[in-house]
Design a protein around this ligand. Structure first.
Ligand code: CO
Length: 673
């Protein structure tokens, strides 16, 4: 009681000594988008945002980021949630604070430039569904890619925030390309395009405090509209950079609630509120209200997501970012990709090759999607090139970049690489110089035709148009035409607690070993299976011995459905997660006839998957003639499309998978005889 009274007393004092600031820093909260995207693989569910939504609305944020970035992709792919529905649902709880979304300009919420008709429809529908602030960026800082979406934002009376992607080629601001002049010039371009605010988007946490001061000061002098800073914590510099930016006069900054803060996410709001308390930049926020929101997130929401957090390292700071001037998310993607291919020992080579590939591809900023484009091509080069030949496996996206489909690169692309990438490129071997979308055929009508009988409205059509394979699958789930697999169901707090209990037992060696039985998920050779009883429920737990230390590889509730088989850790790559659950009957039947047995029976040369991924499509059918080097199948790996060529000339004797199937490295995709 005594302690409680003391706390209460001190809080009263602080509210009395707090005059309203002359120039309060405005805050955009990113918890509900970038926060869980950065820490929890974008797996945040709408139902877990609702408990704090009304309180968040009371804080006084300049805006709350609720959508965009990877949410659109993840929701329909992994959560069985309609992304459009999230905006409408949250709007019922957050009525005063504007909603902000991250818009990848002509890339919308996908990974390539879409046609103008689709881009216009997307922005129009986002406005109609309740989006207010469009934080718009282009991965190449080529603002010709803003020309289609900006007028639609303006016509709808919404806020156009123009972003400058912050990137470096040197350890600090400067060098030939990304120097102070560059950022000032870009800010002026944005203002001239009608930007309501200009945002420095530091997605990798690269902006050092004194550089932040310089950049913000220069931008404040160069443009009239408010200036905003977005800087990820990854390298550990962002809270210091925020403070220096505030001293330089920044108008708006981004933060998250504490449980979603730090690591690759953002600075927390609460320390900042205290830092500025009583100054002329005081946020005016009620720290007690923030604490109440924190408590709900901490107790009721975070237990469901904690397993997704990469806590493999003690350190919450990634000094690799300081060493490589590269986004932390990109570095961890690269590590995952290498791990899936049993080549994690090549990570040093990847770090070495990365700046070279980036330079050859036009010294582009590293942000979605260019970070993936440069990153995956680097992995391909390291794994597949030899002394005689570089760029042996060029991804479809690198070919598009070389053609000019993403826009103008900061410096010209290496002529030799460009020539090689464009050899036989379907749009032509001569790169374009016009605005990329000028050469794109309209695509909305085609998407409408392809979803007839499945899509109920324009929102459905747009979802399919941006994500044809997973979008179609989602629409089938949405309209009850296909049973969604168990792994897309939400976890309850109770489930999360049970799993935690199991993990504790496993760690304490309290699990009882049972004699091997091999149904269910794929198992490593050293895998042992345990039966575990928690509150009368029966779980099967698989524990793998990896290098002598036991690793929990899965937990499966046994009295069948609906409690769903769960992969542990659930942060496992999508391919592995899909493998753990039995495929829905329909999908299995589709893939079965020509599937694996055929591969064993048919004579010929196998076309194997060089990496794990998802089949986009086969460009050849059974019985088609194919010549060596011709594309047989397109495989999506780490969101990049790889055209896999026929290893020999001949006839397609077997096709073992279908569009949408997940495959592992070395799976036989086709047989040519
Ligand atoms: Co971000």
């Amino acid at each position: 009681m005594h302690d409680h009274d003391q706390v209460k007393g001190s809080q009263m004092n602080y509210s009395i000594d707090r005059p309203k600031a002359q120039n309060p820093v405005r805050i955009e909260d990113l918890t509900l988008r970038d926060g869980h995207q950065s820490l929890f693989a974008t797996r945040g569910r709408t139902e877990d945002m609702i408990p704090v939504a009304e309180m968040m609305d009371e804080v006084g944020f300049w805006a709350v980021e609720t959508w965009g970035g990877a949410t659109f992709d993840t929701m329909h792919r992994f959560l069985n949630e309609d992304p459009w529905e999230r905006i409408r649902t949250l709007k019922r709880y957050i009525k005063k604070t504007p909603f902000s979304m991250l818009l990848r300009a002509q890339n919308l919420v996908g990974y390539r430039n879409y046609a103008d008709d689709l881009a216009r429809a997307f922005v129009d529908r986002a406005c109609a569904n309740g989006m207010d602030v469009f934080r718009t960026f282009d991965a190449l800082n080529d603002y010709r890619n803003f020309e289609t979406v900006v007028p639609v934002i303006k016509e709808n009376g919404k806020h156009f925030q123009g972003c400058i992607c912050y990137t470096l080629t040197e350890p600090r601001l400067g060098g030939e390309v990304y120097n102070l002049d560059y950022y000032v010039q870009k800010g002026k371009e944005l203002e001239a395009m009608g930007a309501d605010t200009v945002c420095v988007k530091d997605m990798a946490g690269l902006i050092a405090p004194y550089d932040a001061y310089e950049v913000i000061k220069a931008l404040k002098a160069a443009v009239k509209v408010p200036v905003h800073l977005h800087s990820h914590f990854t390298s550990g510099m962002s809270p210091m950079s925020m403070l220096k930016a505030i001293e330089a006069g920044v108008d708006i900054i981004d933060t998250v609630m504490t449980p979603y803060a730090y690591r690759t996410s953002h600075a927390a709001i609460e320390p900042l509120v205290m830092t500025l308390l009583g100054t002329n930049r005081d946020t005016g926020f009620d720290i007690k209200l923030l604490a109440r929101i924190n408590e709900i997130l901490e107790k009721e929401v975070l237990p469901k997501y904690k397993h997704l957090l990469d806590d493999s390292k003690m350190s919450i700071i990634d000094i690799n970012v300081l060493l490589h001037q590269t986004p932390g998310g990109m570095l961890s993607n690269l590590a995952n990709q290498l791990r899936e291919m049993d080549a994690l020992d090549r990570i040093g080579d990847v770090y070495k090759e990365l700046p070279r590939v980036r330079k050859e591809l036009g010294q582009i900023p590293l942000v979605t999607p260019t970070s993936q484009i440069v990153g995956i091509q680097t992995v391909n080069n390291v794994l597949f090139d030899d002394e005689k030949e570089r760029y042996k496996m060029i991804t479809g996206q690198v070919k598009d970049l070389c053609y000019g489909l993403y826009g103008k690169t900061a410096v010209p692309i290496d002529a030799e690489v460009q020539k090689k990438a464009l050899k036989g490129y379907p749009r032509g071997e001569e790169p374009i110089t016009v605005r990329p979308a000028e050469v794109l055929e309209p695509e909305l009508e085609k998407a409408k035709a392809e979803t007839e009988g499945l899509a109920a409205d324009l929102d459905d059509v747009i979802l399919y148009a941006i994500y044809p394979v997973t979008g179609k699958r989602f629409l089938k789930w949405k309209y009850g035409k296909e049973e969604p697999p168990a792994e897309v169901r939400p976890r309850s707090l109770e489930q999360a607690r049970k799993e935690e209990e199991l993990i504790k037992k496993a760690k304490a060696g309290l699990l009882v070993e049972k004699s091997g039985k091999s149904a269910g998920p794929p198992k490593g050779e050293a895998l042992r299976t345990f039966n575990v009883y928690v509150d009368d429920e029966y779980f099967e737990v698989g524990v793998d011995e990896v290098g002598g230390s036991p690793v929990l590889s899965y937990i499966q509730q046994m009295p069948a459905m609906p409690a769903a088989p769960m992969m542990m850790p659930a942060a496992a790559p999508p391919a592995a997660a899909a493998k753990a659950a039995p495929a829905p009957a329909a999908a299995a039947a589709e893939a079965a006839p020509a599937a694996v047995p055929a591969a064993a029976d048919v004579e010929g040369t196998a076309l194997k998957a060089p990496m794990p991924g998802m089949i986009v499509n086969y460009q050849k059918k059974m019985g088609d003639a194919v010549s060596e080097g011709e594309t047989v199948v397109v495989l999506e790996a780490m969101k990049m499309e790889n055209a896999l060529p026929a290893p020999v000339s001949g006839t397609i004797k077997a096709i073992n998978y279908a569009s949408g199937d997940s495959v592992q490295k070395n799976d036989v995709l086709a047989i040519i005889g």
